[in-house]
Design a protein around this ligand. Structure first.
Ligand SMILES: [Zn+2]
Length: 66
């Protein structure tokens, strides 16, 4: 026999343990360069800027596809 719990874990206790397992909405900030909403600490998908630096050279000017 493997490990067997000594006592039953109540619904309340089980819920308390799982309260951190929820999914959170991603933190969105506005781009300092183009003003679009973007994920925090990531390169802007619209203009390719990160911390005032051009990281990705965009093929076409600002468009929304994704
Ligand atoms: Zn931008």
């Amino acid at each position: 026999m493997g490990a067997v719990p000594k006592t039953k874990v109540s619904r309340h206790r089980r819920g308390n343990r799982r309260q951190h397992q929820r999914l959170d909405a991603p933190t969105l900030v506005t781009c300092a360069n183009c003003g679009q909403l973007m994920r925090a600490h990531r390169v802007c998908r619209a203009c390719g800027m990160y911390r005032g630096r051009q990281v990705i050279v965009m093929a076409r000017p600002t468009t929304d596809e994704e």
